[in-house]
Write a protein that binds this ligand. Structure first.
Ligand SMILES: C[S@@+](CC[C@H](N)C(=O)[O-])C[C@H]1O[C@@H](n2cnc3c(N)ncnc32)[C@H](O)[C@@H]1O
Length: 394
């Protein structure tokens, strides 16, 4: 570590030694975290801030938590849990990179958390399997990989306590959003489609894949929170045990049919119904996807309360995101996009406010979605949306 130029950053309540940003800049001056010998991405701060609030919300009404941050990099996230979450017993931070391990040791020292945080230097699957082998299960496991988290899910399921939580990031959004359909089938065993609602589809494909893996362990999945931000998907799920729970979760999987001709979509719960969409040129079948809600209202309300109480977590981007996620729970899966509809109808695109006003006058509700500035959810049928578009076009 002596040989690596470092700098100290403040994140949340932690002081973290990270590789010196100035040594790993692109020609345009932008810092490229993957070029550094140990990974730290300041752009993922919101992801970590929100994870602090989520873990605090999850820890309410539970015994002190045992946590594993299995792909820890500098250890920033796990150290922040130890410093910022009230109800923590122990945090194990792990990374297979020996240099990351040195940074983790240094950061534990810098933050004076050796009583609560322990660093490990193993392959993440081996680390989890070892803890399972010695009978040490975790209340919360964080999976924050480069790209897809899939290779770590089985070990995490094997090592999480009953009703324990998994926090999972996927940064391979191009795969989940349908830009590489074969890769999506290989990784997630789901068919994606590249269209205007693909960002939410990405969250739902990741969740379906977790449900399928959990089912093979006779476990059910409860979605506490799922969102898309910048270039990643993040989900928080709790795991219940038993074949019945697994079956209940599997019942929440289904498909979406994208109608290319009308630029709309249909949700299909029942596999047998897929056979009615025979026109392969017009209809694209995507799935399996998670058709349940992308969170639990009470849990999201707890997260929001925690954010508003901790001044360093309370900023516009995070509170706006949480409130939007809460509102979206009242609507069915997926969303429309004003630009795509306007293009399809070959008419001018109304402002979102005018469109919502028009839909409200017809007795329907509509809201913006968190993952797309041009996206909206509504309970209005497509015909009414088109009517409003036509009324507002000039
Ligand atoms: C995206 S970074 C994690 C960033 C970190 N969670 C944070 O918030 O700053 C992924 C990390 O996983 C580590 N890694 C990749 N594959 C691994 C494996 N199989 N076992 C353990 N660590 C692994 C890498 O060395 C890297 O530090």
């Amino acid at each position: 570590m002596e040989k690596i130029p470092t700098q100290i950053v403040m994140e949340g309540l932690a002081k973290i030694a990270v590789p010196d940003f100035s040594k790993y800049r692109r020609e345009n001056g932008v810092y490229e975290p993957t070029w550094a010998p140990v990974f730290y991405n300041p752009l993922m701060k919101l992801n970590r801030d929100l994870s602090v609030a989520v873990i605090e919300a999850y820890s309410l009404r539970r015994k002190a938590l045992k946590i594993a941050d299995i792909l820890a990099g500098t250890g920033v996230r796990g150290i922040r849990f130890a410093l910022e979450v009230n109800n923590i017993d122990k945090v194990h931070i792990n990374d297979k990179n020996p240099l990351a391990y040195e940074f983790m040791i240094k950061n534990i020292e810098l933050n004076n958390v050796a009583n609560k945080v322990e660093a490990e230097n193993l392959d993440a699957n081996l680390m989890l399997r070892y803890h399972r082998f010695v009978g040490e299960l975790f209340d919360y496991i964080d999976i924050d990989p480069f790209g897809s988290p899939i290779e770590f899910i089985d070990s995490a399921l094997a090592t999480v306590r009953i009703n324990g939580m998994l926090g999972i990031t996927a940064t391979d959004t191009a795969v989940l959003e349908g830009k590489h359909p074969s890769a999506c089938i290989r990784k997630y065993f789901s068919k994606s489609v590249k269209t205007y609602f693909s960002k939410e589809l990405a969250i739902r494909i990741l969740l379906a894949s977790i449900v399928l893996r959990a089912a093979s362990h006779e476990m059910g999945v409860n979605v506490k929170l799922g969102y898309y931000n910048k270039y990643y998907v993040r989900v928080y799920v709790t795991i219940s045990k038993g074949a019945k729970r697994a079956d209940e979760s599997l019942k929440k999987l289904g498909y979406v049919i994208f109608d290319r001709e009308k630029e709309t979509f249909f949700i299909v719960h029942d596999l047998a119904k897929l056979y009615s969409f025979t026109d392969g040129k017009r209809y694209v079948i995507s799935g399996p996807i998670w058709l349940g809600k992308l969170g639990e209202k009470e849990f999201i309300e707890d997260v929001y309360k925690i954010i508003t109480k901790k001044s360093h977590l309370k900023y516009k981007e995070i509170t706006r995101l949480i409130l939007m996620l809460k509102d979206e729970l009242d609507y069915p899966p997926l969303y429309y996009n004003v630009d795509s509809l306007g293009k399809k109808l070959k008419i001018s695109i109304p402002s979102m406010n005018n469109l919502f006003e028009c839909l409200r006058k017809q007795g329907y509700n509509a809201i913006r979605v968190h993952c797309d500035p041009k996206g909206f959810k509504t309970d209005a049928p497509l015909e009414t949306i088109i009517e409003c578009f036509k009324k507002l076009s000039h």
